[in-house]
Design a protein around this ligand. Structure first.
Ligand code: ATP
Ligand code: MG
Ligand code: ZN
Length: 524
């Protein structure tokens, strides 16, 4: 027999073997046992968490006749009778899986509904499973409303989607909705252990943990990655092989980076980054993992109980938690997230990554950063944004102003915050420098400076690199529209078109910045 991928070969065939989703299993088995069956179910959840699988198990439960052919509706489908085997093999005529992504229209729906009125050919129920149901057109949705509300006795609908937001409320209200959860890494590891045991493949526990991490909550992804790892490693699934395959980062690199930061050792920091380069590790992935690690360190500092206790690097996390202030960890996290966002703007990934590390070092109190001289930080900051050249004056001005290191900066602060469209609040610059002592205060102002500078840089880069003139006199309106507002704009004849032109330019400028503030980084 030809090779079947793990995900298909080990698709759970009954409720007991399904991993997780206890809340759904419980409700469904209860309904099946008591005979209180709804006529339409909606399963939602990300890819590969068991929607199609559950739908098949439910269809079997509804149609199972038991090994002796005498059974009735059951929560434990036998898997041996003809309906059970036919549904598992995908050849049961009364279980129809329709892919709404390719049958979106009202015509296909009309055809399905037409068929639905006829009694099942050889079963108790006709079960219609409509996958990716959010892809149906509005017409198609409307045409099914009537049947979905009062289908014939012998019809059950199962709808599945990864995107329930796109389903009309009229449809939602006619279904019993179950939200399938993402698979926790622990569940994935357990399932992989079980499967690899059955397959007779040797493995390392830490390799499975890494695979589970790479699956991001999807059991199918985990199984596909495992298939790939078996092929890659030509047999045993070892940590080394999985790391090589995923281009994944050995967490020890990140721990060493944070150790170097704790020691304020820039040379060490660069040495680790170079070592990573020699192993062709993804810097983008490294920043993502660094964010995860910092999140765990923050948890260890503030809510230790929330930290999973099966983390391989738990000891390191707890040690690092004592070496940084909670505020520093927050700041590093923010820098890592911003750094990842901007890595595409950097001259190259290496520069983007190392600059992010240097930024962390620059803002580390007591390491030539925020709480010492104010000058190095903004300078480092301005240099850290290679694409932000046009906005550099604003960024360079914003940072010291935010740090209140120069009492003479109110105008400049106004110009900077105006140019960042007031989305990065600069603290009141009236506080004298002496009042800014203490690591906590330095962290806050460093963060504000970073925010202001990043915002200004982003606004600058969104503007297609229109050079922005630094505020010569610290006058905010002049900084915003130098040509229009300046009395030296030229003769009245020249002033009119130029004014129109510059105001158009201004409106063009304003749009991208406001879209920055409303943008919501959602990812499935
Ligand atoms: N809860 C689970 N327990 C065990 N295995 C699972 C589970 N969920 C998914 N799988 C595995 O992943 C494979 C795909 O699952 P399934 O087809 O049910 O995903 P899905 O939720 O329908 O995903 P999609 O939205 O991509 O269609 C299954 O064949 C099975 O091997
Ligand atoms: Mg599916
Ligand atoms: Zn059966």
């Amino acid at each position: 027999m030809s090779y079947q991928v793990l995900a298909r070969k080990y698709r759970p065939r009954n409720f007991e073997t399904l991993v997780g989703q206890e809340h759904v299993v419980r409700a469904l088995t209860h309904a099946l046992r008591t005979g209180r069956l709804h006529h339409a179910y909606l399963f939602t959840g990300t890819r590969g968490v068991g929607k199609t699988t559950l739908s098949r198990i439910l269809a079997k439960s509804l149609n199972c006749v038991g090994p002796d052919g005498q059974g009735s509706i059951t929560a434990e489908p036998c898997g041996q009778c003809e309906p059970c085997r036919a549904i598992d093999a995908g050849r049961f005529v009364d279980y129809v899986e329709m892919d709404a992504a390719s049958n979106r229209g009202v015509d296909e729906m009309a055809q399905l509904l037409e068929q639905a009125v006829y009694a099942p050919s050889n079963a108790r129920f006709k079960v219609y499973m409509i996958d990716e149901v959010h892809m149906l057109t509005n017409h198609a949705f409307n045409s099914m409303l009537k049947t979905l509300e009062e289908p014939p006795e012998h019809v059950k609908f199962i709808l599945a989607t990864t995107d329930p937001q796109k389903i009309p409320v009229t449809v939602l209200s006619r279904c019993l909705q179950f939200n399938l959860k993402q698979m926790p890494p622990g569940h994935i590891v357990g399932h992989l252990e079980n499967i690899l045991g059955q397959e007779g493949v040797t493995f390392e526990q830490s390799a499975l943990r890494l695979l589970a991490q790479g699956a991001h909550g999807s059991m199918r992804d985990a199984l596909s990655l495992t298939d790939q790892a078996i092929a890659y490693a030509a047999g045993a699934v070892t940590l080394d092989a999985v790391q090589g395959m995923l281009g994944a980062l050995d967490q020890s690199y990140l721990v060493r980076l944070l150790d170097a930061l704790a020691n304020g050792d820039g040379a060490d920091l660069m040495a680790v980054a170079d070592e990573m380069a020699s192993r062709s590790l993804s810097y983008n992935g490294a920043l993502q993992d660094l964010g995860t690690l910092l999140h765990r360190i923050a948890l260890a500092q503030t809510v230790p109980a929330a930290l999973p206790d099966d983390l391989p690097e738990l000891a390191d996390i707890q040690r690092l938690a004592t070496q940084f202030d909670p505020q520093e960890v927050q700041l590093f996290y923010q820098i890592a997230v911003h750094g990842r966002n901007e890595i595409g703007l950097a001259p190259d990934e290496y520069a983007g990554f190392t600059m992010t590390l240097l930024r962390m070092l620059a803002f580390r109190p007591g390491q030539g950063g925020a709480d010492q001289a104010a000058a190095p930080a903004p300078a480092a900051l301005a240099r850290a944004m290679p694409q932000a050249a046009p906005a550099r004056p604003a960024a360079a001005v914003a940072a010291p102003a935010a740090q209140a290191a120069r009492p003479a900066a109110p105008g400049a602060a106004a110009a900077a915050s105006a140019s960042a469209h007031a989305s990065a609040p600069a603290p009141a610059p009236s506080a004298p420098p002496a009042a800014q002592g203490g690591a906590g205060r330095a962290m806050t102002s460093a963060r504000a400076a970073l925010d202001a500078a990043l915002e200004a840089a982003r606004a600058g880069s969104r503007m297609g690199g229109v050079p922005r003139r630094p505020a010569p006199s610290g006058d905010a309106p002049a900084a915003r529209s130098p040509a229009a507002g300046s009395p030296a704009a030229g003769s009245p004849a020249a002033a009119a078109p130029r004014h129109a032109g510059s105001s158009r330019k201004n409106s063009r400028r304003r749009r991208p910045a406001s879209s920055t503030t409303t943008r919501s980084p959602s990812r499935k």
